[in-house]
Ligand binder design. Structure first.
Ligand code: PLP
Length: 368
């Protein structure tokens, strides 16, 4: 039996060796970072060291980083922790943004998956502060990258707060918070090769935030609860190696482009979603005419290859994709979309194995 091929990095990335080492080292420490004794102070040093590393990833101040239990929690904190009376979110956000404020106004996207800037301008016209706009940096299903700098400028000019979910962009694209009109930015460790169960909300200096979790002064009173020191140490370790991650992404993009060329060259009725827009170099969301995503994901799994259905939600069920729907893709067609997402360890042989298995499913479809 040949080794499994992992092509689902947008769901989670394998733990990187430096993260594993940092987690293991932190697990062998005993001390609560809030304790004043020497053991507590050692734990505190580790915590603050990791905070500095995560801050440097974004060009932010260490004090701006609030560690959370996930990016989903960070998104909830951002959307519910400010004094904004109104919230506007793009239609293609992760569920943790869409469901944090159920009554939020939805901003549409164009057919290529990018935010409709004309609709944003209209929504901002005459709007009274305080309000908050949340638009993700890059979409988890399609990889489409949003015009974040422009969105931030427009929101700030209109007097609003701007939150950006940068979970899929971190480690794949350079991020410098000092160059953006962004007030809050969300990260997740496990999408970058760190451990799961750690996220961060990074704040513009001076921004005031109400905690969601109360009952402790941790994280400068912005998130109660003893910090997940081992997870945070692992997060710090991957943040520190982000330049290495970024460097490898050019190679990853070449592999993805070669894969797409091969998919399109086959006479299989392939549609690649978001292809006309700027996209993350690691992601390909596509449908094959006449094939359901579940069938494809299961057949690939049996062949030892891990990918996601374009519309798989956190419960593992496949439902209609709100992202593809927002892009105007008919529901029946969207039900065929699968997401192949590569990472720094992906190699061309992985894609050969993928193509071989995909072609085998396509051939069976022709016979049926
Ligand atoms: N935001 C985006 C864009 C994501 O892709 C995900 C995870 O899929 C999340 C937020 C949630 O991340 P976490 O698993 O850390 O809660």
């Amino acid at each position: 039996m040949s080794e499994r091929v992992y092509l689902d990095y947008n769901a989670t990335a394998p733990l990187r060796p430096e993260a594993r080492a940092a987690v293991m080292a932190a697990l062998s420490l005993c001390g609560n970072p809030s304790s004043v004794h020497a053991d507590g102070r050692s734990a505190r040093r580790l915590l603050e060291d990791a905070r500095g590393k995560v801050a440097r990833l974004l060009g932010a101040e260490a004090a701006a980083v609030v560690f959370t239990g996930s990016a989903s929690e960070a998104n909830n904190l951002a959307l519910r922790g400010t004094s904004a009376a109104e919230v506007l979110v793009s239609e293609i956000e992760h569920d943790s943004v869409l469901q944090a404020v159920p009554g939020a106004k939805r901003l549409p996207v164009l057919g290529d998956g990018t935010l409709d800037l004309a609709a944003l301008a209209k929504a901002l016209e005459g709007r009274e502060a305080p309000f908050l706009v949340s638009v993700m940096w890059a979409n988890n299903e399609t990889g489409v990258v949003q015009p974040i700098a422009e969105v931030g400028d427009r929101v700030r000019a209109a007097g609003g707060l701007f939150h950006c979910d940068a979970v899929q962009a971190a480690g794949k694209l350079p991020i410098d918070m000092t160059e953006l009109a962004v007030d809050m930015l969300t990260l997740s460790a496990h999408k970058m090769g760190g451990p799961a169960g750690v996220g961060a909300l990074v704040l513009r200096p001076g921004l005031d935030l109400r905690p969601l979790l109360r009952g402790g002064g941790q994280e400068r009173g912005r998130r109660a609860g003893t910090e997940n020191l081992a997870g945070i140490a692992g997060f710090g370790a991957v943040a520190e190696s982000h330049e290495d991650l970024l460097g490898r992404f050019n190679e990853v993009a070449k592999l993805r482009d070669a894969l797409e060329e091969r998919l399109l060259a086959e006479d299989a009725g392939v549609t690649i979603y978001g292809k006309k827009a700027a996209r993350l170099g690691n992601c390909c969301c596509f449908g094959t005419s006449g094939l359901k995503a579940e069938t494809m994901v299961m057949a690939l799994d049996l062949a030892g290859i891990a990918v996601s259905a374009g519309s798989a939600c956190s419960s593992g069920k496949v439902g209609p994709s709100h992202v593809l729907r927002a892009m105007g893709v008919p529901e029946e067609e969207a039900a065929g979309a699968i997401r192949v997402s590569l990472g720094p360890a992906s190699i061309s042989q992985d894609l050969e194995r993928f193509l071989e298995a995909w072609l085998a499913v396509c051939r069976r479809r022709q016979v049926a």
